[in-house]
Design a protein around this ligand. Structure first.
Ligand code: SAM
Ligand code: FES
Length: 370
């Protein structure tokens, strides 16, 4: 495909937010630097129409690295006996959030392995406590697969959003990335349950994970067109030395960036982060992600002492810094590409009022971070 044909496809994607399967495949496979910069220009137009040049910050609290699952790619899988495990107490989580609030965060993301130590009620209690302490903040959970009843309990406790990457929308591919104890159907069921309950729901996939094909990626896009997630998180697969995938190659920043551009055109209103994994494979990955159409970053609020233990993959960045250092660094990076970090919950467009209550209902202002 020459540049003129590529340009026409990108224009069509810009106008219609969709292409045929074969066109998507040839756009992805035929990507060049020239095509990427045209795609990113269009992606920025769509992002700016919906969110301006604002980038939302999420304070990430990685509160446990215990996990009952054994995903082949993941550094904190239960089979990794070399991983030093930790859990944060309810009080430590509250302290992280308090510190984050002072720094200007208005969303807290509680992420962890699937750790049965935290009962459903404990998680509900933590959510309630965070919402009471900071009623103008959103709480996002990212703690894996649960029953619909549990998700509902957490939603009613006040959780606003839930991140659960589908990882791959192709069952055969899913089964190459996960042991037989894990089920593709259950992951899908969880995502549809989360949507139905009313969570702002995040799906997404690793790129260039072992055995992934371009046809798999197109299937991911089709699945997300059906699910309609409010948030889409993607990042390159990166090997971890103590996992079965240790010898597989890391994904490239280039494909993740190109897919960020495509996602922005296909899902113009989605909240799309420039992820830590992208910043790990490329020192300017997160800035480039914003230039490709992303509008969210998730600096780490976990206590510095535990960060190097939440190692999903080798070489993970930002494991040594204090939260205040991380946020200053992020703000500079965001400003360097002409965008602004804002103090705001950063809900998906059109969401305000759907699940806001009390003080939060009136507090939807966006303040540019100092
Ligand atoms: N347990 C929760 C879950 O399953 O959704 C949240 C934690 S899980 C570690 C968060 C995400 O990390 C996964 O959805 C996966 O996409 C990503 N991840 C895990 N291992 C990775 C690796 N080796 N390279 C890149 N991303 C990875
Ligand atoms: Fe559970 Fe990675 S295997 S978080």
């Amino acid at each position: 495909m020459n540049m003129e044909e590529t340009r026409q496809l990108i224009d069509k994607l810009f106008e219609q937010a969709d292409l045929e399967d074969a066109q998507l495949e040839s756009l992805i496979d035929g990507r060049t630097d020239e095509a990427a910069s045209y795609l990113f220009e269009k992606a920025r137009v769509r992002r700016n129409e919906n969110y301006g040049n604002k980038v939302f910050l999420r304070g990430l609290i990685e509160f446990t690295n215990y996990c009952r699952n054994n995903c082949y790619y993941c550094g904190i899988r239960c089979g990794n006996t070399g991983c030093e495990r930790y859990r944060l107490s309810t009080q430590q989580i509250a302290q992280c959030a308090d510190q984050g609030y002072e720094l200007g965060f208005r969303t807290f993301v509680l992420q962890g392995g699937e750790d049965p130590y935290y009962t459903d009620e404990m998680i509900a209690g933590i959510v309630r406590q965070l919402k009471e302490a900071h009623p103008d903040c959103a709480v996002t959970l990212s703690i894996g697969e649960r029953t619909k009843e549990t998700y509902r309990l957490w939603y009613e406790a006040g959780a606003d959003r839930y991140l659960l990457r589908h990882e791959t929308a192709d069952k055969a591919h899913y089964e190459k990335l996960h042991p037989a104890s894990m089920s593709f159907e259950n992951r899908m069921r969880c995502l549809y349950d989360l949507k139905e309950i009313g969570f702002q729901t995040g799906a997404g996939m690793m790129l260039e994970s072992p055995f992934q094909t371009t046809a798999n990626i197109v299937k991911d896009l089709r699945f997300m067109q059906d699910l309609k997630p409010e948030m889409i998180g993607i990042g390159p697969f990166i090997p971890h030395k103590d996992t079965p995938f240790r010898d597989h190659e890391a994904g490239s920043a280039k494909l993740t960036l190109f897919m960020l551009g495509i996602l922005r055109l296909m899902f113009p209103e989605a909240l799309i982060p420039a992820t830590t994994a992208l910043g790990t494979v490329d020192g300017r990955g997160r800035e480039k992600g914003i230039e490709a159409g992303a509008n969210v970053v998730m600096p780490n609020l976990s206590p510095a002492g535990v960060r190097e233990k939440y190692l999903l993959y080798d070489g993970k960045i930002c494991t040594g810094d204090e939260a205040a250092v991380c946020i200053d660094c992020m703000k500079r990076r965001i400003a360097s590409v002409g965008c602004e970090a804002v103090v705001a919950r950063g809900d998906v467009k059109g969401y305000a009022g759907r699940k806001l209550s009390g003080k939060a209902m009136t507090d939807t202002r966006q303040v540019i971070m100092p």
